[in-house]
Ligand binder design. Structure first.
Ligand code: CA
Length: 199
């Protein structure tokens, strides 16, 4: 046994240069790949323009504008124009261009919520920007999940909606389908921790 051990170690030592011969091309390829990725990583600023319309609660909500996301500085900047038209009267009940200058944390991604002061219930436009090889925006319209209007979507809002679960409480019925249910809780969960921009 004592004679075999040095022999085994010796064998392994002999094989190491062979391993390195095998690994070298892989290391070179890996370094080349990293060098190729480096310029892409520096291009951290991406801009997207958008113009989208949504129907919600007898309203047509149009969201348009330009947003730039800096994934290194973790900032969102640009401007968003929100127009709300009452489908019954055909009247524009809200129209405003809002400057956007926000920081975001990587856990939530490039997200924010625009709170639009319509009557009787404030609307919320849940906004997210996905950056990568292509940059795109995604919006969702509902009643505001910031139930207590303190500029933060947190456990207080979630608790408030949970307290009205199963009822027809208008403010807690974020999706406006007539009942406070799992969809309303889900909306709060999606926007949880996102910065609120009061329009
Ligand atoms: Ca709140």
């Amino acid at each position: 046994m004592t004679e075999q051990l040095p022999k085994f170690l010796n064998c392994r030592n002999d094989s190491e240069p062979e391993q390195w011969k095998m690994k070298s091309p892989i290391l070179v390829l890996a370094l080349l790949a990293l060098a190729g990725l480096a310029p892409a990583a520096q291009a951290s600023t991406q801009t997207t323009t958008f113009n989208k319309s949504f129907s919600f609660d007898n309203l047509t909500v149009t969201v348009s504008g330009t947003i730039t996301v800096d994934t290194t500085a973790q900032t969102i900047s640009g401007s968003v124009t929100v127009t709300v038209v009452n489908d019954t009267s055909g009247k524009t009940i809200f129209s405003q261009t809002i400057p956007i200058n926000l920081s975001f944390n990587t856990n939530n991604g490039a997200r924010f919520v625009l709170e639009v002061p319509t009557f009787p219930t404030s609307l919320a436009i849940s906004s997210s920007v996905t950056s990568g090889s292509t940059t795109s925006t995604n919006f969702g319209v509902s009643k505001t999940p910031d139930i207590n209007h303190d500029g933060v979507i947190n456990i207080v809002d979630l608790t408030s909606i949970a307290a009205h679960f199963g009822t027809s409480n208008s403010a807690a019925d974020l999706t406006s389908d007539g009942t406070v249910n799992i969809q309303d809780l889900t909306l709060v969960a999606i926007d949880f921790g996102d910065p609120v921009v009061f329009v």
